[in-house]
Design a protein around this ligand. Structure first.
Ligand SMILES: N[C@@H](CCC(=O)N[C@@H](CS)C(=O)NCC(=O)O)C(=O)O
Length: 226
């Protein structure tokens, strides 16, 4: 953990290369002042115990502000506290897509990507003699379960972006859906570029070029997927 927060100020507790880039990017788009406390992943990639002292989930993002301590990126966006001028609100027509992709990001996409990552490292973590067997299990999971499902989701995303344009809820500015979708899509593009579609790639590229996103990455001290 680096530096300590001022109790009443909005503070983002950020783990390196994590979903909290979503919150930093949003706050930068809105020019909302915040403090940042950064945490370094352990060697096994899990969060350090310090993060559990902030919120029992021990996962990032966590925000603190006065008496509030909140984890879950979706909840932070649904709380809808910082957009006082409606800069990142969806249009009336885009509202349902905004809600859909906000939930889809963590409810459908992240579990598939997390499983793929876990099964991918399993053979290396297994006891030496069992590694070939774990390799076979990983291959079976990928071929029979994870890759076909990711392919389905890639198709859904391609089709949606072809209709909605630059942003998941349409319109000319990012909304909660985009802040939520950047993390699965940028990590997917980074780890398995052969399994992601061209509209999703272009979405990631567009966001990585935004000055607010770049500021977020700079303040975070870098972001592996950017
Ligand atoms: N659904 C949660 C997931 C949070 C989560 O798992 N964050 C990861 C970082 S991307 C984490 O803190 N991992 C560390 C650990 O589980 O030890 C959210 O959207 O906030």
């Amino acid at each position: 953990m680096s530096n300590s927060p001022t109790p009443d100020k909005l503070t983002v507790h950020h783990l390196d290369d994590s979903r909290s880039i979503r919150i930093l990017w949003m706050l930068e788009e809105l020019s909302v002042p915040y403090e940042l406390v950064t945490y370094k992943r352990m060697q096994d990639m899990t969060a350090p115990a310090d993060l559990k002292m902030i919120h029992v989930s021990g996962t990032s993002p966590i925000i603190t502000e006065g008496n509030l301590t909140l984890s879950e990126s979706g909840a932070i966006f649904l709380r809808d506290k910082y957009d006082t001028e409606g800069k990142i609100k969806p249009s009336k027509e885009g509202k349902l897509d905004d809600l859909y992709f906000l939930h889809y990001s963590e409810g459908t996409l992240m579990p598939l990507l997390a499983n793929k990552l876990i099964f991918g490292v399993l053979p290396d973590k297994a006891p030496f003699l069992l590694r070939p067997m774990f390799g076979i299990i990983t291959d079976l999971m990928n071929t029979n379960f994870l890759n076909p499902r990711l392919q389905t989701q890639a198709g859904l995303i391609e089709e949606h972006l072809a209709k909605s344009g630059d942003w998941f809820a349409g319109g000319d500015h990012p909304t909660a859906a985009d802040f939520m979708m950047i993390f699965p899509l940028e990590s997917w593009n980074y780890r398995y570029p052969e399994l992601i579609g061209k509209n999703a790639k272009a979405f990631v590229g567009r966001i990585h070029e935004r000055p607010a996103y770049k500021r977020a990455v700079e303040k975070a001290g870098g972001h592996r997927f950017a």
